[in-house]
Ligand binder design. Sequence first.
Ligand SMILES: [Zn+2]
Length: 216
Amino acid sequence: MANYHPSDELLMQFSAGQMPNALGIMVACHLETCHHCNRRIKVYEQLGGEIMQDTAPVEVGSNVLSELLLKLDKPETEESSAQKPYASVDPRIPRPLSRFVPSYFDQLEWSGMSRSIKEFELPISDTQYSAKLYKISAGKELPVHTHKGNEFTLVMDGSFSDKAGDYHQGDFILADTQTVHQPKAADNADCICFAVLDAPLKMTGFFGRMLNPFLS
Ligand SMILES: [Zn+2]
């Protein structure tokens, strides 16, 4: 059970169907295993339905989440026809994301930001958000950094910690321009996260200045 959840604002946007992007996929991934947020989503859907009923005689779909998931599962339209759905994927990858990840985590073509920090670009970035998988080797840490915008992270395997807490599978974490942190993977396993950024990371300190060109 996750300890860190999307904000009310994000869940409201999601339940109103206003998140047709990488961030929406991340929220859907969190909802797969979070009963707490599923209950909240139901309330927002109900509220949304009532507001709509008060303002206009328009019927509102009873279950926005299942509709969105259905949409994500649908066979591709023309633009995405080159993107084949992947039949066999790592069970650690939540269903809403699995069609965008071509293989098991261990077999992905990770590119190196450094020997202990790897990334895999996801084909769901757009002009608003860039989406990646990050892998931090067991016991290793990212350079200290802050953010030019918002960075949303969903832990998919292993765990990591920073000075604000410990994060495990299913946890949904927001870091913003106020956050200066140094995530460190737990010693016992590599940590794999799904990250959605609305602006590139901004490294601080000497190593940050060295690494920054590779992160933009
Ligand atoms: Zn939740």
